[in-house]
Design a protein around this ligand. Sequence first.
Ligand code: FAD
Length: 549
Amino acid sequence: SDTIHLTRGLPVPQGISKPAFLAAIDDLKSALGAEHVQLNDTEIKNGWYMEHPNTHDMMPLFDFEEFVASAVVYPSCVAEVQMIVRWANKHLIPIFPISMGRNLGYGGAAPRVRGSVTIDLGKRMAKILSINEDDFTCLVEPGVSFYALHEELQRRGLGDKMWIDTPDLGGGSVVGNTVDRGVGYTPYGDHWACHSGLEVVLPGPDAQVLRTGMGALGVGGENTWQCFPYGFGPYSDGIFSQSNFGIVTKMGMTLMPNPGGFESFMYTFPNESDLAPLMEIIRPLRISNILENVAQLRHGLQTLSVKGHPRTKYYSGFGPMPDAIVRTELEKTATGACAWVYYGMSYGPAPIRKLKLDLIDSAFKQIRGAKKIDPATLPADEYFWSRDRIASGTPDLEELKWVNWMPNGAHAAFSPVSPIRGADATKLYELAKKRHMEAGIDLMPAFCVGLREMHLIVEIVYDAADAGMRRRAEKCLRDMIDDAAALGYGEYRTHIALMDQVAGTYSWNDHALMKFNNQLKDSLDPNGILAPGRCGIWPQRYRNRGWEL
Ligand code: FAD
């Protein structure tokens, strides 16, 4: 399953002949060096998380050849990125930028339009340009991963002074994750909110470069670029996240001061019906910052699946695994039989932590049967310690284990946002449960609690080699998106295959927001070359011509 032969041949982008495309590729090779342009004409490889493909999605929701690049180019500097943009404008070839392409669950490295030329920014543009010890900030290129930034802090002896914030997996790009508005689990978990300053190559024929915020100053902008994100005038950074309006070549990021101590805690709750009262308890604690980090409330099944065993170890029947089996299996583990597990962290010196932890303890124990698990009783390989590392800024890979739940494990996420309220959590949980039941798929929800909202992340784990299961997974996702929209919930992020549907749910006032996005697209990218279709935004020459899914 590792090598995939391209049965449909070289995926030449629609609207250009193969000879014209190959001639254009030769032009690009002459400009960048042949070794920095790679054509996908015979086969592509899957690899695994740390050696992931940059040509396609190694966890496909559709056929592997549906969302696949025709070629991959590796620029080494901003001037080369500009050169590629001018080249794409000249030949009307769609290009798709990735920082590292580990966007698994949301389409991986795959372009939305088959045959796009992928710009792999990360391979040769991977410098940490600065780490400022006074301001606790850094400036990075797209190829800097969470691991690389963390290791560099340790190498410079700054590990005790400042922390990074990492998502569940540390192999992704700081820039790529942040521009897709990803999340981590320290108090700096909202990555987009924590960035400061971008450098962007625009997609027009002249491939102009701009810097946002204080970086736009004519002289000396570097001084405050990473300290104050807004600069003067309209705040433009937002249009370069989850969009196709520019290619980010540098980004500033804030770093968290070491809080002087930290302590993870884990509570279990026995019943599914504890969800609503628990949310009512979590909300005021979170808004007042007694609960300090982007913590997770996970379903018991996810705690079981992250042990890394295949589902068949526990159950081989069709349809969702019965609750009774989940409870029996959890009974044998550190959490014991339970419906929900809360993983959190308290920060600061011990006396300060104690005040907060005591408040949390008495609040959580209002739920009958709530249990605090003593970390001293947990073995070193218990998942709790992975959450402990992540919530204290140390990158990890443990989270990958739940992907083993199915053979050829792949996953795609349903990720709606809601207030932190019992009624909202229940409605979303119930609709997900109903649709999973219909699709015969195990339900593994995790509520990631921000400050005044929560992202419900429902990961559907499916067998990528089973076309029937892929279709069931897709239907389940599409049904949940529609059900949620009818109740007033929208996704914070989605898979490339579902972007048109999700964008369509943000339809207030006759799709005023999409009309605005289209206006921006037409003005910034008149030839429609940059990531057509990303986040449902189609350039003029593609619009209403049957590209939407
Ligand atoms: P990329 O794939 O490089 O970028 C993502 C997208 O952003 C690209 O497709 C592209 O469209 C756009 N983009 C990237 N770079 C640029 C640029 N320079 N200019 C313009 N556009 C650009 N994600 C989370 O956020 N939090 C989690 O906790 C989390 N947990 C996960 C757990 C598991 C088990 C798995 C498999 C995935 C998880 N993910 C999570 C999803 C994903 O792995 C991460 O978000 C990852 O950081 C994204 O990949 P990347 O950083 O390589 O970004």
